[in-house]
Design a binder for this molecule. Sequence first.
Ligand code: SF4
Length: 317
Amino acid sequence: MFGLKSDCILDIPEEYYTLADYESAIARWCPGCGDHGILTSVQRLCSEKQLAPENTVFVSGIGCSSRFPHYMKTYGFHGLHGRALPVACGVKFRRPDLHVFVATGDGDCCSIGTAHWIHAIRYNMNITVLLLDNEIYGLTKGQTSPTSSKGTVSNTNPHGSILPPINPIQTTLGVANASFVAQTVDWNPAHLYATIEAGFEHPGFSFIRILQRCPVFQKELFQPVINNPDEITLLTHKNGIQIDPAVAKMYKHTVDHDPSNLHEARELAENLDRQVIGLLYQDKTKERYDLYGAHNMGITPEEKQKAINLELDKFAV
Ligand code: SF4
């Protein structure tokens, strides 16, 4: 039986964005660089979620991975070294309607950008952060980075680095108000995509560390775990990262880790015997600072400015 005429109208989107709608310049990363696969995953996510390019922003700092915005046909901001996160937070605070992504590297995020990283975690704005971690400064041709394993031979430590590395997962989990912490690898496209998708869906600051191959300056770094997936622990849980069982079967070592368990997440992050991949921690109820921007409070930025000035005027002498 036919109903009203409007019942028969198909919901056809005015525009459908394909992968090509997000492809910009040809990526100038080295052949075999893990960044290529990460870029493809992100472009696929944008298409799957039908993110309008004009409502999507990629922000970066400095480093190989920070060339990311150039390769996305969206808005982008290739900023200063270590300053991707404050720029991204500013964009999100003033334009909560935009989809904001950050591409940062281990040098960019965990060295010069550390203070911004810590506070961005605490502010918990709705941003997807991809830490492309190759444990070396690639753009400047091979210096020890804060995440380089002890003993890494580089231009700055020709006899091997002497300090233990920062563990970005452990650090993020240690900051007040952390709400989404995950780890994945660039060479498993199914897990990589599912992790980025979960981070994008998370209402808050999603921090995703991606172990990223640099075949030029860290040729052998991840080869043992690529050759032997038994060196990796896959986190599985109904509230974690969901991947095809056929892909999950690659990994002999699994832990059914509940991502609401912060204590266990920290224990997993601290265990250096084997790399973990999956969702370590998630809490969707954490306070979000971007909800206190003028737009989300239902007022204009001008009205907010006026209210602040009125308050400040009380201190005028
Ligand atoms: Fe990628 Fe390393 Fe080349 Fe940089 S130097 S583009 S990280 S392979």
